[in-house]
Design a protein around this ligand. Structure first.
Ligand code: AMP
Ligand code: GLY
Length: 418
């Protein structure tokens, strides 16, 4: 089979790596890919938002299966376009992708189908939003409705911060049209967990659990980032809680998708807050998580092509997923200055020195003569181990062998934080 993976992060590198192990796969393309992906797939220079160009490429190359990494092409309707032309593609249709593309839509979906989530209200003018603040107590959460590259959520501790957030989103349009409407939301206290699920139209099947580390600095301090590390499994999602989540969230989500006639065939990523009242949904993403995918796929023992095809055909079952009992730990090496401005083009050294059982998934890298940095998050250093603690030791021993100018990373991934 000829397979195309759309995207350029460590998530896509992990997907390409897993696909490359399948005996069914003869050739892998990635658009646009990165320095690491280029070592195992053919990278084609097409941007993820150029859905028409991607379609022409897939038709010209007779691609048998396309996997979409990021949300932007999904929300733009790439799945509908490919499906209309008879191409197999893994991901939700445009309408279903609204679960990530509009936080208002996601909230309405949750309310309508009885899915536990934070109390909220939606506003489309500065004055209304400011008046609406009185309905909530501090801290509260302010969110831009649309896609904002993970930056559209602000936790506000007082009125001043809330005014600034509302002004930034709705008046200054910091996130463009994504900020036409804002959501004000009750702040939920608890422990976060990420749960990715396969949805095939008939079933919703959770993958193994993971815990993201979104803050830049150790002890969960500093600004939010795209994710600085991850572990799997996430111990908080034990059997008892998973049984509750199945009834209170997963079954209701599936029921909602079916009732709304949403053709969802792909990954539904559920961001959870485990509160004293049980698990509540913070957000939906309609794609694989990053860095969650980097710790989940190394634990998957089954052929991933089979899983993609069966999900698209609506015939996936729990038996198709075999998991390693091992733990997986991943620490992200980022450019100096990230998540604010950072420099690119720094030579990365030491990659040839890391142990053979350490996986290096590339994110912002480019291959010129050497591998150089080309983004904020640069490498996801990952390993399977008998325990999180053992994995953690191995990761940090190996990170010591890697260097690029300005390199920064968290030293506490996999340490007990909660
Ligand atoms: P989201 O993109 O909606 O997941 O928000 C990004 C991050 O903001 C989440 O991972 C949480 O850490 C935090 N967050 C979002 N909504 C809430 C909430 N209602 N209460 C507490 N924290 C939240
Ligand atoms: N790790 C969260 C996300 O992929 O959005």
């Amino acid at each position: 089979m000829k397979v195309l993976v759309i995207g350029s992060g460590a998530r896509e590198h992990a997907i390409v790596w897993k696909l490359s192990q399948s005996p069914k796969v003869s050739e892998i393309f990635s658009a646009p890919g990165n320095g690491g992906i280029s070592q195992i797939a053919k990278c084609v220079n097409i941007k993820v938002e150029d859905t028409d160009v991607l379609l022409s490429f897939a038709l010209k190359e007779s691609i048998d299966l396309t996997i979409v990494g990021p949300e932007v092409p999904l929300v733009a309707g790439i799945v509908d376009k490919f499906t209309e032309k008879g191409l197999k593609i893994f991901g939700p249709c445009k309408k279903s992708a609204m679960l990530e593309g509009s936080k208002k839509y996601a909230k309405e979906f949750m309310m309508k189908h009885g899915i536990p989530t934070a109390k909220y209200a939606v506003y489309n003018s500065f004055n209304e939003a400011i008046n609406g603040l009185d309905e909530f107590s501090f801290p509260l959460v302010i969110k831009a409705d649309g896609l904002a590259a993970g930056k559209g959520v602000v936790i506000c501790n007082n009125k001043e911060e809330a005014y600034e957030a509302v002004r930034g989103i709705i008046e200054d349009r910091k996130f463009g049209e994504a900020g036409k409407e804002i959501i004000i939301e009750e702040f939920l206290e608890g422990i976060e967990a990420s749960l990715m699920c396969l949805v095939d139209g008939n079933k919703i099947i959770p993958l193994e659990s993971a815990k993201d580390h979104k803050r830049l600095l150790d002890n969960d301090e500093g600004p939010n980032t795209g994710g600085m590390g991850c572990i799997s499994p996430n111990k908080i999602l034990d059997e008892k809680l998973m049984a509750e989540i199945k009834v209170e969230i997963l079954e209701k989500v599936l029921n909602g998708l079916q009732n709304e006639k949403l053709d969802f065939k792909g990954i539904l990523f559920i961001g959870l807050m485990v509160t004293v009242e049980g698990a509540k949904v913070l957000e939906f993403n309609v794609r694989f998580g990053d860095p969650e995918t980097e710790v989940i796929l190394p634990r998957l023992e089954s052929d991933i092509v089979n899983i993609f095809l069966k999900t698209i055909d609506g015939t996936i079952s729990q038996e198709d997923l075999k998991w390693s009992p091992k733990s997986c730990v991943c620490t992200v090496l980022a450019s100096g200055g990230y998540p604010e401005a950072y420099e690119k083009g720094k030579v990365i050294s030491g990659l040839d020195k890391v142990d053979s059982d350490v996986l290096i998934f590339h994110a912002g890298t480019k291959r010129v003569d050497n591998i150089i940095t080309d983004g904020g998050r640069v490498l996801a250093v990952t390993t399977l181990a008998d325990s999180i603690d053992e994995g953690r030791k191995k990761i940090y021993e190996n990170i010591n062998k890697i260097y690029f100018d300005g390199m920064q990373y968290r030293k506490d991934i996999g340490k007990k934080l909660n």
